[in-house]
Design a protein around this ligand. Structure first.
Ligand code: RB5
Length: 153
């Protein structure tokens, strides 16, 4: 049975470019009853995105948290790092539509957002819809399985 949505443990990470949005999302998620584990940045001072991306994705990879959200300037650097960890399927999304499909078809377990990229929906709405979307399984289960069996991670 699915973990009750409001009980999910969410790992959050950003660099300086995503710091403000991360803080905003952390408050929003806590307010909604999610448990949030914050992997930094802890201020708007410049830091290198691979570090928070690695620790955030590692916690999802090791199942210490259920899902992760990463924010940098574009979401791209974060996704490149996260996708190198075993079992991680990180997706850069800039709309409710891409976020929902990343879960329904790809079972994305890390959502990557770009603070400096134009989004067609609010960050909160994108996150909400992503967290609530369900993996459709069936043919997608086979395809997602191949991501890991072919790459070995
Ligand atoms: C930082 O300036 C920027 O490069 C970073 O936030 C991110 O966009 C990298 O992918």
């Amino acid at each position: 049975m699915d973990k009750e949505e409001s009980k999910k443990k969410i790992a959050l990470g950003s660099d300086h470019a995503g710091f403000e949005i991360k803080e905003q999302l952390a408050a929003y998620l806590k307010e909604k009853g999610y448990e949030v584990k914050d992997f930094g940045a802890y201020s708007a001072d410049a830091i290198d995105y691979p570090e928070p991306a690695y620790s955030t994705a590692k916690s999802v990879s090791e199942h210490s948290t259920d899902e992760g959200i990463l924010i940098c300037g574009t979401g791209i650097g974060m996704s490149i790092v996260a996708n190198k960890l075993p079992g991680i399927r990180a997706a850069v999304c800039n709309s409710v539509e891409t976020a929902q499909i990343s879960k329904r078809h790809n079972n994305a377990n890390v959502l990557c957002l770009g603070s400096r990229i134009e989004h067609s929906d609010s960050f909160e709405k994108i996150v909400d819809e992503w967290l609530n979307a369900k993996f459709e399984e069936g043919r997608h289960e086979r395809r997602v399985g191949k991501i890991h069996s072919l790459t070995g991670i």
